[in-house]
Design a binder for this molecule. Structure first.
Ligand code: G3P
Ligand code: MG
Length: 251
């Protein structure tokens, strides 16, 4: 069985991953945001996935519906059919009215069509960590034709369950702060990248992670000057709501 931690480093053309798609320009985690990311020149997108009540994998960040749709209440009380009927665009702007919550299958199709690479963040509702990870593995086997995705999650149990199901797919360790060296050493055989929060990130942390063989990705960076400072520290790529600002820096 292939060990993903020993595979060639991931390449991040333009050093940017469009965060939730180009979410500064279009409603996050929608097909419109993926199209906009591609139009702006991004080659990578990050999305959040979770389960409907009846076990369908969809693109949504929050555990509740009110911020990004025209409905209220917990996502895990809503069926796939209910979610499919919601408006996930109007909150962002009138021109996006009628934009839907994408199913994972629709996301797989748009990545294949637009030749986008994906960082899929497993964002499970509490108590559904392993189930969400298993559903993602099954959906990838069945529907994914784009280049292999990079998987991450704040929920370690989800990440571990995903790895047990699909050890050949690379994972990033998603964290607010880069862990101490002894913890990094334990992660080194498991994860290819550290996905670190930008707040409190220090050059020494980036150096420590790179010294252990990790690629370093940083979220969420919308200021190009801040991005350049991170690249100067050795960061491989940043997640940005405005990918064109990072692309304008040049490779
Ligand atoms: O995966 C990076 C970033 O998306 C993590 O935070 O809350 O935007 O999903 P969040
Ligand atoms: Mg995310």
């Amino acid at each position: 069985m292939t060990d993903s931690s020993k595979s060639a480093p991931l390449t991040f053309e333009g050093r940017v991953i469009a965060h939730r798609g180009a979410s500064g320009h279009a409603p996050e985690n929608t097909i419109a945001a993926m199209k906009r990311a591609a139009e702006l020149g991004a080659r990578w997108v990050e999305v959040d996935v979770k389960l409907s009540q009846d076990g369908a994998l969809v693109l949504l960040h929050d555990d509740t519906l009110e911020r990004t749709t025209n409905a209220r209440g917990p996502v895990q009380n809503a069926t796939a059919a209910t979610l499919a009927g919601l408006d996930a665009g109007r909150w962002f702007g009138a021109t996006f009215a009628g934009e839907r919550i994408p199913t994972f299958v629709q996301f797989a199709e748009i990545c294949a069509t637009l030749k986008l690479q994906a960082n899929i963040e497993i964002k499970p509702c509490a108590g559904r960590e392993r189930e969400t990870a298993s559903a993602l593995a099954a959906a990838l086997r069945r529907h994914w034709t784009a280049p292999p995705p990079l998987i991450s999650s704040f929920a370690e149990s989800a990440s571990e369950a995903f790895h047990a199901a699909m050890p050949e797919i690379a994972r990033g360790f998603l964290t607010g702060t880069i862990p101490p060296d002894n913890r990094l050493a334990g992660l080194a055989g498991e994860y290819v990248a550290i996905h670190a929060g930008v707040n409190h990130l220090k050059a020494t942390d980036v150096r420590r992670a790179r010294a252990k063989g990790f690629q370093v990705l940083v979220w969420t960076v919308n200021d190009p000057q801040q991005a350049q400072a991170l690249f100067d520290m050795g960061v491989d790529a940043v997640f940005s709501d405005f990918p064109e600002r990072i692309l304008a820096l040049g490779a």
